[in-house]
Design a protein. Structure first.
Length: 225
């Protein structure tokens, strides 16, 4: 549909072809209609401020949620996540998987129940992007940390990295508002591989057992030393 008026409406009947000072010609009408449309268009929603997101993460001291993980090879895993900030996190994977991932004491440990060894693979927590949200003082406004901050529908998406260790990858965090909630994250490692973790309802709890995050305790429970 186009905007316009009949050609004869631009002239006064019985007079010359001069435009009436009281009528809009086609060009003026189109310009006015376009301007009105721009004024009426709703403004795009702004992303939730980084300061507010940082405050939310710092207040997330103890919580748990069901999770669905989409691995880099396309396989899907499910389980229960426990967070105990600062510095502690636990992924209990559902059967048939026999995997447990723990972060505690400055390390990340991966226990593989299908392995003959009771000892886990271990890595420094500082070498994983998840250290960003497990830090004692999360500050997404820190120079060089945030690489992207945008709104997509009702979601605020933040892409962050440790500015001192960018070689260890990035963490893409997905939040929704009202109330502000962490919904998902994507770990992007140094080789560009992506692992997506979507959270169910994130439930705050008063406390969690210290043993959930003790790597030595878990090793001993499996018969190790």
């Amino acid at each position: 549909m186009t905007f316009g008026v009949p050609a004869q409406a631009a002239y006064i009947e019985g007079q010359s072809n001069e435009r009436s000072p009281h009528m809009l010609d086609r060009r003026t009408f189109l310009a006015a209609a376009g301007a009105s449309a721009l004024i009426a268009a709703p403004a795009a929603a702004a992303p939730i401020p980084l300061s507010q997101l940082s405050q939310y993460l710092n207040g997330l001291s103890a919580a748990q949620a069901q999770f669905t993980q989409i691995n880099g090879d396309g396989t899907i895993s499910t389980g229960t996540l426990y967070i105990n900030r600062p510095g502690r996190m636990r992924f209990d994977y559902d059967p048939p998987e026999e995997t447990l991932v723990m972060a505690g004491g400055g390390s990340v440990a991966i226990f593989d129940g299908k392995s003959n060894s009771v000892n886990p693979e271990t890595y420094p927590l500082s070498q994983t992007p998840l250290s960003i949200i497990l830090d004692r003082n999360v500050n997404l406004g820190r120079a060089g940390m945030v690489q992207g901050h945008r709104q997509d529908g009702n979601k605020t998406i933040v892409t962050a990295q440790d500015p001192q260790r960018p070689q260890y990858g990035q963490l893409e965090l997905v939040f929704t508002g009202d109330p502000l909630t962490l919904r998902q994250w994507v770990v992007i490692d140094g080789q560009g591989n992506r692992t997506t973790t979507a959270l169910g309802s994130l439930q705050r709890v008063s406390s969690l057992p210290a043993s959930y995050f003790s790597i030595p305790t878990e090793v001993q429970s499996r018969g190790g030393q």
